[in-house]
Write a protein that binds this ligand. Structure first.
Ligand SMILES: NC(=O)C1=CN([C@@H]2O[C@H](COP(=O)(O)OP(=O)(O)OC[C@H]3O[C@@H](n4cnc5c(N)ncnc54)[C@H](OP(=O)(O)O)[C@@H]3O)[C@@H](O)[C@H]2O)C=CC1
Ligand SMILES: Cc1cn([C@H]2C[C@H](O)[C@@H](COP(=O)(O)OP(=O)(O)O[C@H]3O[C@@H](C)C(=O)[C@@H](O)[C@H]3O)O2)c(=O)[nH]c1=O
Length: 293
């Protein structure tokens, strides 16, 4: 099976490449600019904003499965650059969907918990979508295009993914907190947003189970433990043995972020557990391996 992973230099894409490299018969990654992910048989530069080039790259590579992780994942960037965000997060996905539909190829798409309004820690896959920011809207629009045009697809919605910043440019809550707390800096962390943070390796493992198991439809996946983000930061500080006093509680409004955040998001992961025995690890379970690197 030839797998093509878009956004392969990013946090999730890079981890997925590590999972597939050597297991798939051929693992291809695409990204913007130079290759940073090392676990690939082939890297092809592909700027998703140049939507007219997408089909020719896919015709050249001829993948059996496309794992579409590439997107503007910064919520505030999407809020402040709506046209660019639509082009990359929706229009590019439409091009990929059309290519998959013409050739009956399989698509695995990364959506987000941010398609939901943010009132529950146990959203299931059929729950009503009502995004509170433009990033979430682009994910909902991309999902709609997939549902309307494909049968052979899987949609994966993770929550607040964290892990070591291997090749990713974008920080994640663990990477920047570990750095700032270890540098004894004061950080302001929201006490009014609740999440079930997801370890990036568990996202990669779930993706492999879905692809190799040929499971279709949507899968809400997240970590096993619910936290206020403030509580999650305090757990990281406790394990790092850095001063808890360096973490100041603030409200989401105090962060003055361009995009609203859904207050409470999380999943029961019932479908993922049923289909491929999804068994995510907690922060404490994974800390030794994260710290080791
Ligand atoms: N992280 C999280 O908490 C969650 C992420 N997701 C989704 O999962 C996917 C992966 O997220 P994550 O790995 O965390 O995010 P990253 O930002 O780390 O990775 C996204 C990748 O997409 C690439 N990209 C952005 N714009 C373009 C473009 N125009 N052309 C080509 N590539 C582009 C980025 O390139 P570059 O490396 O050059 O910046 C980056 O490598 C995204 O679709 C995101 O929306 C869903 C839920 C939670
Ligand atoms: C930068 C910052 C963030 N936070 C909180 C806000 C939020 O709850 C959490 C993460 O903030 P960020 O702005 O990094 O990420 P945010 O955009 O909130 O996270 C989202 O990313 C996209 C890709 C998704 O799809 C979502 O699932 C989710 O993970 O940390 C603070 O409390 N203090 C800070 O200084």
């Amino acid at each position: 099976m030839k797998v093509l992973i878009t956004g392969v230099n990013g946090l999730i894409g890079n981890e997925i490449a590590k999972e597939f490299f050597g297991k798939a018969s051929f693992t291809v990654g695409t990204g913007r600019g130079a290759q940073r992910c090392k676990s690939l048989d082939l890297y092809v530069e592909l700027d998703l904003e140049e939507t007219s080039k997408i089909r020719s790259v896919l015709d050249q590579v001829k993948p059996d499965v496309i794992i579409h992780s590439g997107a503007i994942s910064q919520v505030d960037v999407c809020e402040e650059n709506k046209e660019k965000a639509f082009r990359i997060n929706v229009q590019a996905t439409k091009e990929i969907v059309s290519w998959c539909s013409d050739r009956n190829k399989r698509l695995v798409f990364f959506s987000s918990d941010f398609v939901y309004a943010g009132k529950s820690l146990s959203y299931d896959e059929q729950d009503f979508q009502s995004p509170v920011n433009y990033y979430g809207y682009t994910k909902m629009m991309a999902e709609r295009c997939i549902y309307e045009n494909l049968k052979n697809f899987s949609i994966i919605r993770p929550v607040l993914v964290y892990g070591l910043k291997d090749s990713a440019k974008r920080e994640n809550i663990f990477s920047w907190l570990r750095k700032d707390l270890s540098d004894n800096k004061i950080v302001k962390i929201v006490y009014d947003q609740w999440r079930k943070p997801t370890y990036v390796d568990d996202v990669a493992l779930a993706t492999a189970s879905i692809v190799f198991g040929k499971f279709t439809g949507s899968f809400n996946i997240c970590g096993p433990q619910e936290y206020s983000v403030f509580g999650f930061a305090r757990e990281i500080a406790t394990i790092l043995d850095t001063p808890l006093a360096n973490i100041l509680p603030v409200s989401g409004k105090d962060l003055n972020q361009a995009g609203d955040r859904p207050p409470i998001t999380g999943f029961s992961c019932k479908r993922a557990k049923q289909y491929f025995n999804y068994n995510p690890r907690s922060l404490r379970d994974v800390f030794p391996e994260i710290l080791d690197c």
